[in-house]
Design a protein around this ligand. Structure first.
Ligand SMILES: Nc1ncnc2c1ncn2[C@@H]1O[C@H](COP(=O)(O)OP(=O)(O)OP(=O)(O)O)[C@@H](O)[C@H]1O
Ligand SMILES: [Mg+2]
Length: 262
């Protein structure tokens, strides 16, 4: 949960993502997005296929430069950054978790988790020490020397979570983090993310099309057709209305918006 005077870590101001479409037309995948996320927030970005989730994720993760609008990351205008500056920012301040884990098969879990540290000038022995600490945090102390191919999907995702954490990033971006997992393992991974959020107070952003997954977060931002269609912060609802479990009553009703019922 964000602290009382938490500062914004992400500010998108009038951000558009525009793809060329045909010889002359432009397609707006994100239309004038204004969004502020504070330090320590746990947010889901949800929307149906084509709503702009990946476009948004690529921008938030500085994988795609902002060409229209302004992106402030911890107050710094990263829309003016060059590629090398964006890549430096990514390696130091953003932890990524992907649906398909993106671990390197030929390396052990320990080596995989240690890898992001090698971009930050940390000696080999220290890298392995830190990586081992984080593998312990995610419950993999007895699997450190296994290769990704020799552990379960849930364990692979745990290792990927440890890898996202080793650099103590300011934000963690998780793209469909449980998309390849069965429902029990999904629960395990989402609970782990929640525990880690409480432990480190890192800003966590989950991008998903799955409402059940999205509901793990404290705030749900719903995209529809490249727009922010809804933005509900359950911590505020809980505090201001003094209701228990405010999530039970709120569901982003995308189906109805698309096909109004008579
Ligand atoms: N490279 C591209 N060129 C043109 N249009 C694109 C390109 N990439 C995405 N789009 C369009 O932008 C819109 C948003 O795409 P985006 O990939 O962000 O959606 P999404 O919410 O991630 O969908 P999904 O759940 O299917 O992954 C879609 O209509 C898509 O067709
Ligand atoms: Mg997508």
């Amino acid at each position: 949960m964000p602290l009382k005077n938490a500062k914004p870590v992400i500010e998108l101001i009038d951000v558009c993502k525009i793809y060329p479409s045909g010889p002359k037309d432009l397609f707006y995948a994100l239309k004038n997005i204004n969004l502020t996320l504070k330090e320590g927030e746990f947010v889901s970005i949800i929307g149906k296929s084509g709503s702009g989730k990946s476009s948004m994720m690529n921008i938030l993760g500085c994988l795609d430069p902002v060409k229209v609008g302004t992106y402030l990351f911890s107050g710094e205008n990263v829309s003016t950054f060059q590629d090398f500056e964006l890549s430096e920012l990514r390696s130091q301040q953003i932890g990524f978790i992907f649906q398909s884990y993106n671990l390197l098969d030929k390396y052990s879990l320990l080596e995989n988790v240690a890898l992001p540290l090698s971009y930050n000038n940390i000696g080999r022995k220290e890298r392995f020490k830190i990586a081992a600490e984080y593998l312990k945090v995610v419950g993999l102390e007895d699997r450190m020397n296994h290769k990704p191919g020799d552990v379960s999907g849930g364990q692979r995702q745990r290792a990927a979570i440890a890898r996202a954490l080793v650099n103590k990033p300011r934000i963690i971006l998780a793209d469909e983090p449980t998309g390849n997992l069965d429902s029990n393992t999904e629960l395990e991974i989402l609970s782990l993310l929640k525990d880690l959020h409480l432990k480190y107070n890192t800003t966590i952003i989950i991008v998903t099309h799955d409402e059940a997954v999205a509901l793990y977060a404290d705030r749900i931002v719903t995209l529809f057709d490249g727009l922010v269609y809804a933005d509900v912060d359950f911590t505020k609802v809980e505090a201001e209305l003094e209701v228990e479990n405010p999530k039970a009553a709120v569901k982003p009703d995308l189906e109805n918006k698309e096909e109004p019922k008579e």
